[in-house]
Design a binder for this molecule. Structure first.
Ligand code: C2E
Ligand code: CA
Ligand code: CA
Length: 695
């Protein structure tokens, strides 16, 4: 015996399912918006009641849409039980979708309970027909329909939950879409479940009262319609669905407009307001305040080399560290990029800066990579340095810049002359592009000498910039600017080409094949295709890699130890040599010397002055490094050797090589050519395997 469906009622069931689903989605969002926990159980109960009724009505109308050749009725008790099941299932679903974070396990568990519940409701409802003989079910169809119910429930819960937490854009459309998907799933389950039922020929319905199916359908759908629409209206009225979501949207908009999306810190606009308030407070006699301008050191290099994802994570960790340990009145804001500002009480400004430096310098692990950052901080005081946000930020920025210039990882208090410095930096930054294209740059060469024999072991290329108006600009002044703007990569390529050009020139004159060291700033060192770039440049010039040494600072190497040691190994395997520059000024971890396998250690010039003064520190570090380097077979070079007494002390310590004004200043290319000719007999040729290319 087969049944037929009344298409109108099928449609009606779909509409009711849709309405029930939409109510559920709205409810789970509305529940979340409920401020008072006191009302939550009541809302939950009411919500479950209307949603359960909705699902059940859908099912019931679906049943009524189905007519068998015999008269059908429904047992009241069993029908009521199926309604109670539907309400219970809705309670579980709503409670899950409206609270806390939805873990995968909780989602699956709640979805399975809900799906099984819906299925149970369905088959209980079928039972209410009390057919004789009993309905026979096709097992696989039953299993599939239960599976559909569970999958649909999990999807629906997930949708409801994501929608609850998602942004304001197109929310209504999204909710309608979700409700529609849920409705299709619920009706799909129902009709698939129905298809599992086989009615034997000559079946009879034993249940007592046989109401007219069409009338019953009308009553049920009207009731559920009223309940559902009522719930929606109540939702709209009470939690003020519309007004609440409008308010929420407004709050979100306001938050977005005043906070930085990445770190959740207040943005520049908020900062200006905060400073204006503090200025007004001072006028009323409140304590004076300071503005701390914080810029991370070497962030750009990390961001460029490890990707923005790592950069963003790093910024978040830094923001968190800045937030810690602030007094109630203080504020941390993010200006953008790696720039942050703290507003603090004047009396505690320097202590705050010191605390920030300390906390930022602790190791940060991002994606399993141990990273280290430091910061440069500039401090400006109100009212001494400025009377409004713009003036104070400007001065704090200038002081931050001074902190960068004085070697980073430190703070500087603003002084009027710093404004000049900041202005000059702006001019230099602007003119640097032109310097590169108009030939204002040149390379000087400073030789290195073996202590014992005074033979020439190599030479270091040092960049020079003659500015048409400002004259000679020190590399320490413009290299950081080039790093900031990213121009350092082009400048680095230029230096390398210039060095190659000179090597080819020397070789052409039959001069000894001297090794030339080229400095790589942190950002250059972190360019992803560094070695390939270098190979290409040397290849184009026809220069053998063994003629080149690269000098990198500890700081550059330590930014990402894994990657740095790989880059260093690649450079070495391609025939280049690598030196660690300014040793002793950064992390000075002797342990890392073993790890990195440098060919040369250049001990920073600052230690030489201590040697002169008979200081302990210089001597102690030097003898320790020399001993370790000897064991590791790494050459030790002392930089910045200016006096005879320093030279003498170094030879006592058995240091291998020296470089400094004492033996030679950096020489312009033409002068260095003269030097090379004059010293031809005491020049140590680069690398043993290296043969100067034939001319
Ligand atoms: P650095 O690599 O440590 O270079 C040594 C610096 O010490 C050079 O300063 C050199 O002129 C100076 N110097 C040499 N002997 C003495 C001495 O006896 N006493 C004193 N007081 N100083 C001495 P310079 O040329 O001003 O370069 C400064 C820094 O700029 C370099 O430090 C290096 O880090 C960077 N730099 C220079 N040229 C380049 C380049 O082509 N590329 C990159 N990325 N950085 C460069
Ligand atoms: Ca160097
Ligand atoms: Ca150095």
């Amino acid at each position: 015996m087969t049944g037929i469906y009344n298409p109108l009622l099928v449609w009606l069931s779909l509409v009711v399912a849709f309405l029930a689903s939409y109510t559920a989605v709205e409810l789970s969002a509305g529940l979340n918006a409920l401020a008072s926990a006191k009302w939550r159980p009541l809302w939950l109960a009411g919500g479950a009641l209307s949603m359960g009724l909705g699902i059940w009505s859908m099912h019931f109308i679906g049943m009524l849409a189905f007519t068998l050749p015999v008269a059908i009725g429904y047992d009241l008790g069993i029908t009521a039980a199926s309604l109670i099941l539907a309400i219970g299932v809705s309670l579980i679903a709503l409670a899950t979708a409206s609270r806390g974070a939805l873990s995968q396990r909780r989602l699956c568990a709640a979805g399975t309970i809900m799906g099984a519940g819906v299925a149970a409701m369905h088959f209980t409802g079928m039972q209410a027909m009390q057919m004789s003989p009993a309905i026979e079910y096709t097992p696989w169809r039953v299993v599939v329909s239960v599976g559909v119910a569970i999958a649909a429930s999990i999807t629906a819960l997930w949708l409801a939950f994501t929608l609850r937490t998602s942004g304001v854009q197109n929310r209504v459309v999204k909710r309608l879409g979700a409700a529609f998907a849920m409705a299709i799933a619920i009706t799909g389950m129902h009709y698939f479940g129905m298809s599992a039922a086989n009615f034997s020929a000559g079946s009879l319905c034993l249940s007592g009262d046989k109401l007219d199916a069409n009338r019953l359908a009308l009553i049920v759908s009207a009731t559920s319609f009223i309940v559902l629409v009522g719930t929606l209206a109540l939702l709209g009225f009470h939690t003020g669905s519309l007004s609440v979501s409008l308010k929420r949207a407004n709050r979100q908009l306001h938050y977005l407009g005043t906070h930085d999306a990445l770190t959740n810190l207040p943005n520049r606009q908020q900062l200006s307001l905060r400073i204006a308030r503090a200025v007004a407070g001072c006028a009323r006699g409140e304590a004076s305040f300071a503005v701390l301008f914080i810029d991370l050191d070497g962030f750009k290099a990390i961001n460029d080399s490890l990707g923005h994802g790592v950069g963003d994570d790093l910024l978040q960790v830094c923001a968190e560290r800045l937030r810690q340990d602030l007094h109630q009145t203080d504020m941390v804001a993010r200006l953008g990029g790696d720039e942050f500002v703290i507003v603090a009480e004047a009396s505690s400004a320097e202590a705050t800066a010191a605390g920030v430096l300390r906390r930022l310098s602790e190791e940060i692990v991002v994606d399993g990579l141990p990273l280290r950052v430091s910061a440069s901080i500039g401090i400006a005081f109100h009212p001494r340095d400025g009377g409004n946000a713009d003036e104070l930020l400007h001065c704090a920025d200038a002081a931050m810049y001074a902190a960068k210039q004085s070697g980073r990882n430190t703070f500087c208090v603003f002084e009027p002359h710093m404004n000049q410095t900041a202005l000059k930096s702006l001019i230099l930054q602007r003119d640097l592009h032109r310097a590169l294209s108009d030939g204002e740059l040149s390379v000087s060469f400073q030789p290195k000498f073996r202590v014992a024999s005074q033979s020439v072991t190599g030479v270091e290329a040092l960049i020079r910039w003659r500015h048409p108006e400002l004259g000679e600009i020190a590399p320490l002044e413009f290299i950081p600017l080039a790093e900031r703007s990213g121009l350092i990569v082009d400048i680095g390529d230029w230096v390398l080409r210039e060095v190659c050009r000179n090597i080819v020139l020397w070789d052409a004159q039959g001069l000894p094949a001297i090794s030339v060291a080229v400095n790589l700033s942190p950002m250059q060192f972190n360019v992803p295709d560094l070695v390939a770039r270098i190979d290409a440049l040397l290849g184009a010039a026809g220069v053998d890699p063994c003629r080149l040494m690269f000098e990198i600072t500890e700081t550059a190497a330590m930014q990402n130890v894994e990657k740095a040691s790989r880059t260093i190994e690649t450079l070495q395997s391609h025939g280049y040599t690598v030196a660690v520059d300014d040793f002793g000024t950064g992390y000075s971890s002797l342990g890392y010397l073993q790890r990195f396998r440098f060919d040369q250690i250049k001990i920073d010039g600052s230690f030489m002055r201590e040697l002169d003064a008979g200081g302990e520190r210089g001597g102690a570090l030097l003898s320790a490094v020399v001993a370790l380097a000897r064991a590791l077979r790494i050459e030790v070079v002392a930089e910045g050797v200016e006096t005879e007494s320093q030279f003498h002390a170094l030879s006592e310590l058995a240091c291998d090589q020296v470089q400094g004004f004492l033996l030679s200043r950096p020489l312009p290319a033409s002068e260095f050519l003269t030097f090379l000719r004059a010293s031809a007999d005491r020049i140590v040729a680069a690398g043993t395997a290296c043969v100067a290319p034939a001319v």
